[in-house]
Design a protein. Structure first.
Ligand code: SF4
Ligand code: MG
Length: 328
């Protein structure tokens, strides 16, 4: 069943230089209980998209609909949206230090968040906070309740953020690059914890990452974004191991994920187009090794037998990249 249904979402952000077309007609559905990944290079619109869905981008002009449990989130006023945030949708960001207040203990912050949304005694909220800290495996949780954010390691702080996101029993958790700042061992632990908590609490997770390997570890399905548009969407095993879109294929060649030993990383040549004046045709055309003349028109969405949906004119496998230039 669909938990979140995004239809024809457009996000325009007015700036001094003109309007940034951050999200251009993106649609996708997140099913109840799944782990949904969104991948793309930085600047592809992933964060802006989820933040504007949550009403967190000041000045953004949005159109389309974001259906969450029968309500269009884009049509809610600030107060209604504040109640959705935290209570129904929990959020986890890359840098917990920017979401945690440095001058209050983590326990106090979890208790405050619970009490802002629920009529519950201080004692009961504290008991719940300690239980949550235990469940995300903060050692000695009752004592750590009174510690300040800077007294935790990066990985432990992210565990606190997960506890906080779960504290009100949200149906959906949105995690934006939650492990990017962590080293790879801690990163794997946090991903596994997030996945475990999703099952235990019966939540759905939408996770943004620029890292294919991170999403391959946990995501059931992934959506690939580029220049504010949706390029490919399907089961993560299909999309990340045998991509159908030339951009996804390029991401894979430039990533350490699933790499045969000894094969070099091949970065995608060129730069993404300016979102002040996005191309009318395929947004990836200027960097695509498979580009054809028809690509100056907006590609249709094709659906493959395995269910993967791809916005591309190419029929069949994306080709090899052009040979790297030899040094003189
Ligand atoms: Fe490349 Fe054309 Fe496909 Fe765009 S539509 S990704 S330019 S082949
Ligand atoms: Mg981002």
């Amino acid at each position: 069943m669909a938990l979140l249904e995004v239809s024809n979402l457009v996000v325009d952000i007015p700036t001094e230089d003109g309007t940034v077309h951050a999200v251009q007609d993106v649609s996708f559905t997140v099913h109840e209980g799944e782990f949904f990944g969104i991948v793309g290079e930085s600047g592809s619109g992933k964060s802006v998209m989820v933040q504007s869905i949550m009403g967190l981008v000041a000045g953004a002009r949005t159109s389309g609909t974001v259906d969450f449990r029968g309500r269009n989130l884009l049509a809610l006023d600030d107060e209604a949206m504040r109640s959705v945030r935290g209570r129904e949708i929990g959020m986890i960001f890359q840098d917990p230090l920017s979401s945690l207040h440095p001058q209050y203990t983590v326990g106090w912050q979890i208790v405050e968040q619970i009490r802002a949304h629920e009529k519950i005694s201080q004692q009961a909220a504290k008991a719940r906070a300690i239980e949550l800290l235990e469940r995300v495996r903060i050692p000695d949780a009752a004592a750590r309740f009174d510690a300040y954010p800077h007294q935790f390691s990066g990985g432990m702080r992210q565990r606190v953020m997960i506890a906080m996101a779960l504290s009100l029993g949200p149906a959906l958790i949105i995690a934006d690059e939650p492990t990017t700042a962590l080293d790879s061992t801690v990163q794997a632990q946090i991903l596994d914890l997030l996945d475990e908590m999703r099952r235990e609490f019966g939540a759905t997770v939408v996770m943004i990452s620029h890292d294919l390997g991170v999403l391959a570890r946990v995501a059931d399905r992934v959506m690939v974004m580029y220049a504010g548009r949706r390029m490919e969407l399907g089961e993560s095993a299909n999309v990340l191991c045998s991509p159908a879109h030339p951009y996804t294929a390029g991401l894979l060649r430039s990533s350490a994920f699933n790499r045969e030993p000894g094969t070099p990383l091949v970065p995608i040549a060129g730069r993404p187009p300016s979102l002040l004046a996005p191309p009318s045709g395929c947004a990836f055309a200027s960097r695509c090794p498979d580009a054809m003349s028809i690509c100056s028109e907006r590609p249709p969405l094709r659906r493959y037998d395995d269910g993967t949906e791809v916005a591309c004119w190419l029929e069949g496998e994306p080709g090899e990249p052009p040979a790297p230039e030899l040094p003189p």
